[in-house]
Design a protein around this ligand. Structure first.
Ligand SMILES: O=P(O)(O)OC[C@H]1O[C@H](O[C@H]2O[C@H](CO)[C@@H](O)[C@H](O)[C@H]2O)[C@H](O)[C@@H](O)[C@@H]1O
Ligand SMILES: O=c1ccn([C@@H]2O[C@H](COP(=O)(O)OP(=O)(O)O)[C@@H](O)[C@H]2O)c(=O)[nH]1
Length: 689
């Protein structure tokens, strides 16, 4: 099994540093294994795999688009987007894809035929009907989670309508996730690794673990994970986090996204965040950053193909005498296309010299065209392009070539290769693979990448790119000028830096690291659980209790004998908790215990004397107030265990410090008892869910 390095009987759980070192060694080994393998895409079922661990990749979309040709015939096209190319490049596992084929297939004959055709591509379909797709995909995924995770808030115009339809869309989301889970469960074999992808499937880890706690489940988010301040506005904030935490390993593109997730779990769920992940009652969900990459060799090799060379030649001729600037984006509001166009317009305004010497080629791939926000964006972009071309175009040339379509892989490679300046102005972007692909195709030209600081890629390619804030069109316009005028020597240095990153940190590497870490995480969890102290054997304890004739039982008060006010899933009630009260259901058993002549009961608490008097005055027991500073049997008076001449001079100064912080820490409170000062910050900043 790859990735399982815990040989023999060692019970050692590796530290982070040990894990990192081990991962580096393994990464080198994997690279040499990869180098000796072929590199074909979507191999037919049955092809030999070196290690044989099965990987079930579960994503909303399958890596193929299906088109119906007849009642029982389908044609399938590989759709090689970012995630697809990343995972198809992984040779180490026997991968199966589970996902939605992107079409509605209401009839059984069609479903059977499509299932059969997809099986040849190692794909397994999840059939979603139109209503579910509308509510789950267009609604909850793309109209709620997508804008929220990209800091765009809920859709502006129909905000209230969205708020109203929220519950039904969330119900559809859960239903759709359960449908994915049912298909996974039907195909799961012991030992398989199940890798769930993206915001579409946040509810899936829990569905899978409910079915089989032993299943190895990983979840990876391709978008940003926003600050907890954004996530907490989601009505389903609690359920989504809980469900993701059911996974063994949770991955993000950047450390920032991982940190946001952990802080959402601490702030919203009240759980403990550790450097390893999130801990809940001894169960650890590992959380880490796994920046994706591309299959850089595939791009580099494509540039050598005759048809790509031919295309490059044509493009060079077509745009000779002009510098080529390129944008490749899905037509999505997160990509900042209007902002990019406005910045380009400003650049042309301020730099008349460049007006006939530069062209911007903008490929705007249509996406989510059923969602109204996307339809509005299309019109807006067309309007801006028309205006700029009207302003700066001539009879023979226009400054912007805008294409509402997608290009095939070879055409895209040729475009990347002839580009002088790539312009990525995403307002937020999980990673942005286009910037990686551009770098991979620039060994000859060494063009400049102008990159938004809000794309995950800025963390990896930031050193070589010209970073911009896409909201600041003055800055972007100036960066366009800087890029177009950049001396060759500087371009080369910047390019080399990024090229090295793109070719070293590949998609294969990304997937292998994730799966390897997932395998390790599961083994570590087993080791950890074997170290947890065993539960009290209740029957044995009861037997001993019954046999003994002189028993001392020491009970706590707060949360031992009080009514629970802070159960998971409910908001804690600070006011109730501040007034400690014996749980009414415990009155009877406590009376019975206290009246048992063989048993002495002590309630030991940090509370002061009057609180204990009020709650236990009527019982036949011992009270130890302020953690034992005062002691009394309920039939007698309080006595103190405090040494004589105890120095209490510190109290005044500590009181001031506590008061200072109480004023500045919302929901904290401060108790001044006879011999102790207590500053309680349990409710400060957490939990809100
Ligand atoms: O399938 P669609 O709804 O048309 O959307 C296409 C994909 O868009 C998102 O991509 C993200 O993943 C990339 C690779 O990790 C990353 O570079 C990019 O920044 C993200 O936006 C989405 O998350 C995918 O699920 C969609 O399939
Ligand atoms: O005409 C096109 C334009 C883009 N892409 C691919 O779409 C992916 C876009 O990924 P990115 O991470 O940049 O953004 P996303 O669209 O996933 O948000 C890249 O792999 C591109 O090569 C494509 O196949 N054809």
């Amino acid at each position: 099994m790859p990735g399982n390095k815990y040989n023999g009987n060692s019970n050692h759980i590796p530290t982070r540093v040990e894990r990192l070192l081990r991962e580096r060694v393994l990464s080198e080994q994997r690279k040499s294994i990869r180098a000796s393998q072929s590199n074909e895409y979507l191999e037919e079922a049955g092809a030999a795999r070196p290690f044989g661990q099965r990987l079930l990749v579960v994503a909303n979309r399958l890596p193929v688009s299906a088109v119906r040709r007849g009642e029982d015939s389908w044609s399938l096209d590989i759709s090689a987007g970012g995630l697809v190319s990343a995972l198809l490049g992984v040779k180490q596992f026997e991968a199966r894809w589970i996902g939605w084929a992107g079409v509605n297939v209401p009839d059984e004959i069609g479903q059977k035929a499509l299932t059969k055709a997809l099986a040849e591509k190692r794909c397994i379909p999840v059939f979603l009907d139109e209503e579910i797709v509308h509510q789950y995909y267009n609604g909850y995924c793309n109209n709620i989670l997508w804008p929220l995770f990209h800091y765009l808030g809920l859709p502006q115009e129909d905000r209230l309508a969205t708020t109203r339809s929220f519950q039904s869309q969330f119900a559809a989301y859960k239903k759709a996730n359960q449908m994915f889970a049912d298909v996974v469960n039907a195909h799961y074999e012991e030992g398989d690794v199940v890798w769930c992808h993206d915001y579409h499937l946040m509810y899936l880890p829990e569905c899978l673990k409910k079915y089989n706690t032993k299943m190895k489940v990983g979840w990876f988010l391709h978008t940003p994970f926003p600050s907890s301040e954004i996530h907490r506005t989601l009505p389903s904030r609690y359920e989504l986090l809980r469900s993701v935490l059911a996974a063994d390993l949770v991955g993000f593109h950047t450390y920032d996204y991982a940190r946001h997730f952990v802080s959402a779990c601490t702030r919203i769920l009240g759980l403990e965040g550790t450097p390893e992940g999130v801990e809940d009652q001894g169960k650890l969900t590992r959380v880490a950053a796994f920046p994706i990459g591309i299959d850089s060799d595939r791009f580099i090799r494509a540039l050598e193909l005759p048809q790509v060379q031919e295309h490059i030649k044509e493009l060079k001729e077509r745009f000779s005498g002009r510098k080529v600037m390129l944008g490749v984006d899905r037509l999505d509001m997160i990509k900042g296309i209007p902002q990019k166009l406005l910045a380009f317009e400003k650049f042309l305004e301020e730099n008349p010299y460049w007006r006939d010497k530069v062209v911007l080629l903008q490929i705007a791939v249509p996406t989510r065209t059923d969602v109204p926000e996307y339809q509005k964006l299309t019109s807006q972009v067309h309007e801006i392009v028309g205006r700029i071309n009207g302003r700066f175009g001539t009879l023979t040339a226009v400054p912007i070539h805008h294409l509402d379509c997608s290009l095939d892989f070879h055409a895209l490679c040729a475009l990347y290769a002839v580009t002088d300046v790539a312009l990525v102005t995403s307002l937020r972007d999980g990673m942005n693979l286009v910037s990686y692909e551009f770098v991979a195709c620039q060994e000859a030209k060494k063009g400049v990448l102008v990159l938004s600081e809000f794309a995950g890629a800025a963390q990896s390619l930031g050193a070589g790119a010209v970073l911009v804030n896409p909201w600041n069109i003055t800055e972007v316009a100036a960066s366009i000028g800087q890029a177009l005028n950049m001396p060759a020597e500087e371009r080369e240095k910047r390019h080399c830096h990024n090229f090295h990153h793109v070719t070293e940190h590949t998609a294969q590497e990304w997937a292998e690291t994730f799966v390897s870490e997932l395998n390790d995480t599961v083994v570590e969890a087993q080791l950890r659980s074997s170290k947890v102290p065993p539960e009290l054997p209740q029957n044995d304890a009861m037997e001993c209790y019954l046999l003994s004739s002189n028993r001392l039982v020491i009970l706590g008060f707060n949360t031992t004998l009080t009514e629970p006010v802070d159960t998971p899933g409910s908001r804690g009630d600070q006011i109730k908790e501040m007034e400690l009260k014996l749980h009414p259901a415990l009155r009877e058993p406590l009376t019975a215990l206290c009246n048992d002549p063989k048993t002495t009961i002590v309630v030991l608490s940090g509370s002061d004397r009057c609180v204990l008097d009020k709650n236990f005055g009527e019982y036949n027991l011992w009270l130890a107030a302020e953690n034992g500073m005062f002691l009394r049997h309920t039939k007698g008076d309080w006595m103190t265990t405090m040494p004589e001449h105890l120095n209490l001079e510190w109290i005044d100064s500590v009181k001031h410090v506590f008061e200072y912080f109480t004023e500045r820490t919302p929901r904290s409170h401060f108790d001044f008892r006879d011999t102790s000062l207590v500053w309680n910050y349990k409710y400060a900043g957490k939990p809100i869910g």
